[in-house]
Design a protein around this ligand. Structure first.
Ligand code: PAF
Length: 282
């Protein structure tokens, strides 16, 4: 695997490719990322990953400064997973000037759920992803980019961005990887104390229970079911932001009988100082 740090080096390394397959990350990699890389290998003629902790998607009180930066270990794992090219730019390479032009996603999709609790988060994500897409795919008539299902709203918004800007990029969503006890793999799991780690699968369990109850219900029952789910987590020491059932297509609230609808249960909750998110399609 070759590692490059500048846009010029990246573009030179990608010039021979007909169809790059790209996995964007913020590093501190886990099996979820590596599985996306392995999947990418089957979808393009060169597999490229980026590692860049994107300041624009962190609010001032969030963990930008403490976000784990583990470039050497990440590079080793990427190489073992079969990645061909790693792009690890500095902040001054990617943002040589303050980034005053931004990609602002549709508020109906981006200001709810994660966007409600993390205002501006998806503008930061879309801006860096658009920039990374320009870096990787400019000059290529086709390409593929892979994102994890755990960030459900993110992959939906990026898919919409790609369609609305007519980018010649196929977006592929990879399944969430889980620990044997059900906890979704996440770079932020490393923040959990041993006691919190033992408690952490409760978020996924709560989503499973919510999905099971919702499957047989009418939409009018959802507010009560969602409140019960949040209260049950709170009783176990969590601070839930939301546990909710939405339509998969646009994350709006479903109407009428829920059976037969394509739905997703989504949750975000804080355990100590760690904020975890998860989801379950049903
Ligand atoms: O999912 C992530 O790790 C980040 O949001 C992404 C897509 C790499 C953009 O910084």
């Amino acid at each position: 695997m070759k590692t490059v740090h500048t846009l010029a080096q990246l573009r030179a390394a990608l010039a021979p490719s007909q169809r790059p397959a790209f996995v964007a990350t913020m590093g501190n990699l886990h099996q979820g990322h590596l599985e996306l890389v392995r999947q990418a290998r089957t979808l393009g003629d060169i597999t490229v990953a980026s590692i860049f902790v994107n300041r624009l998607q962190f609010a001032p009180h969030e963990d930008f400064d403490s976000y784990p930066r583990t470039l050497q270990a990440d590079a080793q794992q990427l190489q073992e997973a079969g990645c061909d090219l790693l792009f690890a730019p500095s902040e001054t390479e990617l943002y040589p000037q303050p980034q005053t032009f931004k990609v602002v996603p549709d508020a109906a999709l981006a200001d709810i759920l994660e966007g409600h609790f993390r205002p501006g988060f998806f503008t930061g994500v879309c801006t860096v992803v658009m920039k990374l897409f320009q870096a990787v795919f400019a000059g290529h008539s086709q390409g593929v980019a892979l994102f994890g299902m755990k960030d459900y709203q993110q992959q939906l918004i990026i898919g919409q961005m790609v369609r609305q800007f007519a980018l010649p990029i196929e977006i592929v969503t990879g399944q969430t990887r889980r620990a044997p006890d059900g906890l979704a793999l996440s770079s932020r799991n490393g923040y959990l104390s041993p006691a919190e780690r033992a408690q952490a699968p409760a978020l996924y369990q709560a989503l499973r229970q919510l999905a099971t109850q919702a499957r047989a219900a009418d939409a009018s029952a959802l507010p009560a079911l969602q409140q019960q789910a949040e209260q049950a987590l709170a009783a176990q020491g969590w601070q839930p932001d939301y546990l909710t059932v939405r339509r998969r297509s646009d994350l709006l609230e479903p109407q009428g009988p829920l059976s037969g609808q394509a739905l997703v249960a989504l949750g975000a909750a804080r355990l100590g100082r760690t904020r975890l998110i998860d989801n379950l399609e049903f």
